[in-house]
Design a protein around this ligand. Sequence first.
Ligand SMILES: NC(=O)C1=CN([C@@H]2O[C@H](COP(=O)(O)OP(=O)(O)OC[C@H]3O[C@@H](n4cnc5c(N)ncnc54)[C@H](O)[C@@H]3O)[C@@H](O)[C@H]2O)C=CC1
Ligand SMILES: O=C([O-])CC(=O)C(=O)O
Length: 320
Amino acid sequence: MARNKIALIGSGMIGGTLAHLAGLKELGDIVLFDIADGIPQGKGLDIAQSSPVEGFDSSLTGASDYAAIEGADVCIVTAGVPRKPGMSRDDLLGINLKVMEQVGAGIKKYAPNAFVICITNPLDAMVWALQKFSGLPKNKVVGMAGVLDSSRFRLFLSQEFNVSVKDVTAFVLGGHGDTMVPLARYSTVAGIPLPDLVQMGWTTKEKLEQIIQRTRDGGAEIVGLLKTGSAYYAPAASAIEMAEAYLKDKKRVLPCAAHLSGQYGVKDMYVGVPTVIGAGGVERIIEIDLNKGEREAFDKSVAAVAGLCEACIEIAPGLK
Ligand SMILES: NC(=O)C1=CN([C@@H]2O[C@H](COP(=O)(O)OP(=O)(O)OC[C@H]3O[C@@H](n4cnc5c(N)ncnc54)[C@H](O)[C@@H]3O)[C@@H](O)[C@H]2O)C=CC1
Ligand SMILES: O=C([O-])CC(=O)C(=O)O
């Protein structure tokens, strides 16, 4: 059986890390694409030269022509610009929207059957626009944010409780911005929900609130430290988990920015919700019960994403 083909559109910090991880996991043959000619070719060659040491068989090539992504099974999109200290993700909207238009056209022409994972920020608006620009089925175009935000939440919780990260589950829903919604009731240590752990004296409400706020600020914390760009190791690992779920039909339950057509009372928008990812792409959207406070926080986050989609329509009226 032929190997899967994975196209990485954008070969910057996340793109290069994606290529390395996809190689190490032998997910398939990898094509790096970027408009900065030389970067995708150089990163591809460098990672390929690590393959004899690591013992993985993947072909890694680089290109600045969309024809190279032809027939890709998975496209992971990081093309665009990241933020710097003092900026919000939303400040990237105008410049990255134009990039999504080009990327959407490239995918439509050369990889119309691919499962597309968008990472470019501001995430929920960019994946929404990318689906429209590419015209691919809505269940085959998805945004990566929830896996990353939940992973950050899981790490901070495991440190607070001094338990393995493996035993901590968490869900962060809503838009990938300051209004994201880490859900304490649906986050657990070995199945024990966080509110129960507060009752058991493992932590306090105040400490939990601090961890939730640190999760919301997780991206900005790293931008503030790096100063030259944003996080890339954890974002890449998160998107690879989604790609693997699709390629191996794992039916993983993962929070992703998925197209909503009435679920959670939201229509024609991408927002972070729990999904099942398998060979059919987004195979199911899981509608969990939200209490009053959770619902209010979720609705506020949806409203923030809706505002960004409106801003996209002002720039590109065809998106309406
Ligand atoms: N969804 C999420 O959770 C996260 C999203 N991000 C976002 O991911 C994006 C990428 O981040 P990095 O890889 O760190 O940035 P980077 O600057 O290292 O890489 C971006 C690459 O895109 C390329 N590019 C720019 N315009 C292009 C075009 N029109 N066509 C093809 N390639 C183009 C650039 O040449 C560059 O190599 C940013 O928008 C960032 O905000 C970053 C972290 C997490
Ligand atoms: O904060 C940023 O700009 C990058 C990002 O989305 C994240 O790391 O969550």
